[in-house]
Design a protein around this ligand. Structure first.
Ligand code: AMP
Ligand code: MG
Length: 327
């Protein structure tokens, strides 16, 4: 059985996954850049990836119990992402391709999130709610492309949570810390609820919450209220997308999918309309290499092969820029 080695290097996580052509995940090794205070500085992230890349690669091989001889193709998360971080992955993928004489495949990171979600949950043709650090999008496959039906007009939900956390001194990543504090409150403080058609906005909510914090509102109440407001907005646009497209499944992906309260709200919404809700388990919902490897398998089996000279990064590529030739 063929194997693909996938390299993730778009943002905070450096990951290497090894996945078989029939979708068995043999390894999913990673090392995430974190801080105790302050956010993500692109050059610090790149330095982190340089430092850990060899170790993460070795760890993936030892967990999978395979060697270079067993690998058929190398997939790289070539877009979108922080340019300094993407460059570390690009140089590494080219080096490995030359050293071990393996073809390359260039994967769009966002599409890889969708693909691993399908693989893990068995969803057939869902509406995807993709909520990561920089992204908040409602996506569905239509007419040979992943279409973005709605999205944030300013900050991604994860980045909004991370900014709030940073400003109130919780460190990075902020989402999990906010989730913990939110569990300690049920006192809702009104924050701007901003849905326009299929789009959402989080900037006003962030500004208001920070102002209320300065005025002495408790961290717990604000974390709870941020979650309740932002998640209700997402439930509303997800429901509208399902109604418009007639799709009967919702698949939640991206790092924010780890949040239990968000899952619970979406689950209720779906069961009320007789739809299926799927959340991707923690290990596969955030950034990692297995998703790059699996999307690499799909593209390789559909005929893509690149030489190191033909591989490049596209930091700003959108999901709807990509032709879906593998389905
Ligand atoms: P990704 O870019 O897909 O790796 O997702 C990273 C984002 O997910 C960061 O902004 C995190 O703060 C956020 N995140 C991770 N865990 C949680 C959680 N339990 N609740 C909310 N956000 C989370
Ligand atoms: Mg991501």
């Amino acid at each position: 059985m063929g194997l693909c080695l996938g390299i993730e290097s778009t943002a905070h996580t450096f990951g290497v996954g090894i996945v078989s052509f029939d979708g068995r995940i043999l390894a999913n090794s990673k090392d995430q850049f974190t801080t105790t205070k302050g956010g993500m500085v692109p050059n610090d992230v790149a330095r982190h990836h340089e430092e850990v890349k060899e170790r993460v690669l070795m760890d993936a091989f030892s967990r999978a119990g395979v060697s270079w001889e067993d690998i058929d193709v190398i997939a790289l998360s070539a877009s979108p992402g922080l340019p300094p971080a993407l460059h570390v992955g690009l140089r590494f993928a080219k080096e490995l391709s030359r050293a071990h004489k393996k073809p390359l495949v260039a994967v769009n990171h966002s599409i890889a999130h969708l693909a691993i979600g399908d693989l893990i949950t068995g969803a057939k043709d869902p509406v995807y709610l993709y909520v990561s650090g920089p992204n908040t999008q409602i996506i569905g496959l239509a007419g040979g492309k992943y279409r973005v039906f709605g999205e944030t007009v300013d900050l991604g939900l994860g980045n909004m949570l991370d900014k709030f956390a940073r400003e109130i001194g919780l460190g990075f990543p902020g989402g999990p810390k906010i989730e913990k504090l939110a569990m300690k409150s049920s006192n809702y403080i009104e924050l701007p609820y901003s849905v326009k058609g299929m789009d959402v906005s989080f900037a006003g909510m962030l500004t208001k919450a920070l102002r209320l914090f300065e005025q002495g509102c408790s961290k717990e109440d604000l974390c709870y209220s941020l979650q309740e407001t932002a998640f209700a907005m997402l439930a509303e646009i997800s429901e509208r997308a399902m109604a418009h497209t007639g799709k009967g499944e919702l698949l939640l992906i991206g790092g924010v999918a780890a949040n239990k309260r968000l899952c619970a709200m979406l689950d209720v919404m779906c069961s009320e309309r007789g739809a299926k809700f799927y959340a991707v388990p923690l290990e596969y919902s955030g950034d990692q290499g297995a998703m790059i490897a699996w999307q690499g398998v799909l593209q390789y089996l559909a005929g893509e092969r690149r030489s190191p000279e033909e591989l490049d990064i596209s930091p700003y590529e959108r999901i709807d820029d990509v032709e879906v030739f593998w389905k």
